[in-house]
Design a binder for this molecule. Structure first.
Ligand SMILES: *[C@@H]1O[C@H](CO)[C@@H](O)[C@H](O)[C@H]1NC(C)=O
Ligand SMILES: *[C@@H]1O[C@H](CO)[C@@H](O)[C@H](O)[C@H]1NC(C)=O
Ligand SMILES: *[C@@H]1O[C@H](CO)[C@@H](O)[C@H](O)[C@H]1NC(C)=O
Ligand SMILES: *[C@@H]1O[C@H](CO)[C@@H](O)[C@H](O)[C@H]1NC(C)=O
Ligand SMILES: *[C@@H]1O[C@H](CO)[C@@H](O)[C@H](O)[C@H]1NC(C)=O
Length: 506
């Protein structure tokens, strides 16, 4: 993940928690390593199950200045699924747009089966727009991540403007100006969808924001809530499981301190290459627990990694299943193997090492500029305690990119503090869906704000679970959550048609 570049290596050894977490306190919505492997996978994947056509739109580099470079063009990728689109005689069937997040757009399209499931009912056109600087939408090609000179154009405000411009152009080209647009997004994409509705109400009539932690900024939610939530997921499965994981970190450090300890860890953790830093092992283990909590789906799925249904329960079953006397590291290693090796295809694990030669990737930049989500780890969690030190974070960002983070920019630009009070009288037509098994839910909107800014919360849901395709194994509460979403969407669209027909009468 991100910061294993040579120049930063000495810093990693000082880190009290994840090597990566100091630079971007959230364990990243999606780790770059996962994105890379998924990108590779999706290139060879059989796309016929989600049929879409691929397009490129000449997008302007900078929407907010008129400097000479601003009008430079790059090609922004978008996908369309028009199978069910019926413009009708009045050209008014809706357009559902997925506001892409930090990864290649095919990956999000493939994991947002919900939109494909509902397209026939709404006779909707589906459009998935790739976020600038990800996938193939890189404004400076291979050099896009080179420095702040190029990365400076990677901001959420530029991304939202991209979406608005592309949507307007597309509607014009399709003679679909009268079609209502609803934006959809999950995770960071959900944050973008919600913000898009607030910033561009004339372009989108509503937003469905799934697992969107728009309140994970400043001190709106307790900084320890994310890791506490991960820990609760494990603790409610089994206190023994929680306790074994919690106590394993000291065991890990103790082994590392012994003579020949690193060789022992290399062996225990079946590392492909000799492990150099105990912190890499800690990261590797922590990442398995954090990501499994995020995708603790009630059905078998392959979002981050292929996993069985209820993977947290499965991990705890592995830990609890060992006879007494077995050491904790063996237990936690086996549990983590569920995450890394459920497919059984790995002969060893890449605990260290990163294929990103610059140690740079888009989300790290975003976390070092706008997306400052402070996180701490409390002693009540199953992880090692960690205090967020803003000064250190700032220095790391300055060192890595030569930029200073703007920790209060997001809440200044989009709001967030006292969101209920603000959005009660301003804004409408946003669904915030969350599943409480997902640690990101703690930074989400979990309460209804007004009659049209609605929170749909499931206790057993996980990271944008509602966006996955319906399956025959779906529990009732999941089907009900999706049905509630469909009903609300239908209401917005009906209202829009009603409003427009009244307007055309006058
Ligand atoms: C993709 O899947 C479809 C339907 O399952 C199949 O007919 C087709 O041969 C597959 N194509 C490739 C390249 O695997
Ligand atoms: C709309 O058409 C114009 C002219 O052909 C083209 O340049 C533009 O890329 C199209 N817009 C979209 C969103 O594809
Ligand atoms: C991954 O799982 C397979 C099948 O269970 C097993 O043979 C293999 O040893 C595992 N890999 C590692 C590195 O543990
Ligand atoms: C955890 O931290 C709290 C607050 O700092 C402290 O009161 C408590 O004693 C600590 N508990 C343990 C088990 O260290
Ligand atoms: C918000 O209101 C809807 C009904 O409009 C209800 O179904 C839902 O449970 C409410 N959400 C919360 C978190 O209370």
């Amino acid at each position: 993940m991100g910061f294993t570049s040579m120049c930063l290596l000495p810093l990693l050894f000082l880190l009290p928690v994840f090597a990566t977490s100091r630079l971007h306190p959230p364990p990243i919505l999606f780790p770059s390593a996962t994105i890379q492997s998924l990108t590779q996978k999706s290139k060879s994947a059989n796309h016929t199950k989600v049929p879409f056509t691929t397009h490129f739109f000449p997008q302007q580099l900078d929407h907010f200045t008129f400097k000479p470079q601003a009008s430079r063009v790059f090609y922004q990728k978008y996908l369309m699924h028009a199978t069910h689109w019926d413009k009708g005689p009045t050209h008014t069937a809706p357009i559902f747009v997925y506001t892409g997040n930090e990864g290649n757009i095919e990956w999000f399209a493939e994991n947002t089966g919900f939109m494909f499931d509902i397209a026939p009912k709404f006779r909707a056109l589906l459009v998935f727009i790739e976020h600038r600087f990800y996938g193939e939408s890189k404004p400076f090609g291979k050099d896009s991540y080179k420095s702040a000179e190029t990365l400076g154009y990677l901001t959420s405000t530029q991304a939202l403007a991209d979406f608005a411009i592309l949507i307007r152009s597309l509607k014009q080209n399709l003679s679909a100006e009268a079609s209502p647009v609803v934006v959809f997004g999950g995770s960071y994409g959900g944050m973008l969808a919600a913000w898009f509705r607030l910033k561009y109400p004339h372009v989108a009539i509503g937003a469905l924001a799934a697992s969107a932690p728009i309140l994970q900024f400043d001190d709106i939610v307790p900084w320890s809530s994310f890791y506490d939530a991960v820990s609760r997921d494990f603790e409610v499965e089994s206190t023994n499981c929680f306790q074994v994981i919690k106590e394993s970190w000291d065991d890990l450090m103790a082994v590392a301190d012994k003579k020949g300890g690193m060789s022992q860890l290399t062996k225990t953790f079946r590392a492909c290459k000799k492990v150099k830093s105990v912190y890499s092992v800690r990261n590797w283990l922590s990442a398995a627990f954090v990501y499994t909590a995020m995708v603790d789906y009630p059905i078998q799925a392959s979002f981050m990694m292929p996993l069985p249904a209820y993977p947290v329960k499965e991990m705890c079953r592995i830990i609890d299943g060992f006879p007494s006397g077995v050491d904790r590291l063996t237990k936690v290693f086996s549990a983590a193997s569920l995450y890394y090796n459920y497919s059984g295809a790995n002969s060893c694990f890449e605990i260290e090492g990163n294929s990103d030669p610059h140690g740079l990737n888009g989300w790290d930049w975003q976390a070092c500029t706008e997306m400052v989500m402070p996180m701490t780890i409390s002693n009540g969690s199953m992880f090692t305690e960690f205090t967020f030190d803003y000064k250190e974070f700032e220095e790391d960002c300055k060192f890595q990119y030569g930029v200073l983070p703007r920790p209060h920019w997001i809440t200044t630009e989009y709001g967030g503090n006292k969101i209920e009070l603000v959005l009660k009288r301003y804004g409408s037509n946003i669904i915030f869906s969350n599943g409480m098994r997902d640690p990101w839910s703690r930074g989400g909107v979990l309460k209804n704000i007004s009659s049209s800014i609605i929170a749909l919360v499931t206790q057993l849901g996980a990271h944008h679970l509602d966006f996955r395709s319906a399956t025959k194994d779906d529990p009732k509460w999941l089907t009900e959550q999706r049905e509630a979403e469909i009903k609300i969407l239908q209401g917005w669209i009906d209202q829009y048609y009603k409003d427009s027909s009244e307007l055309s009468k006058t």
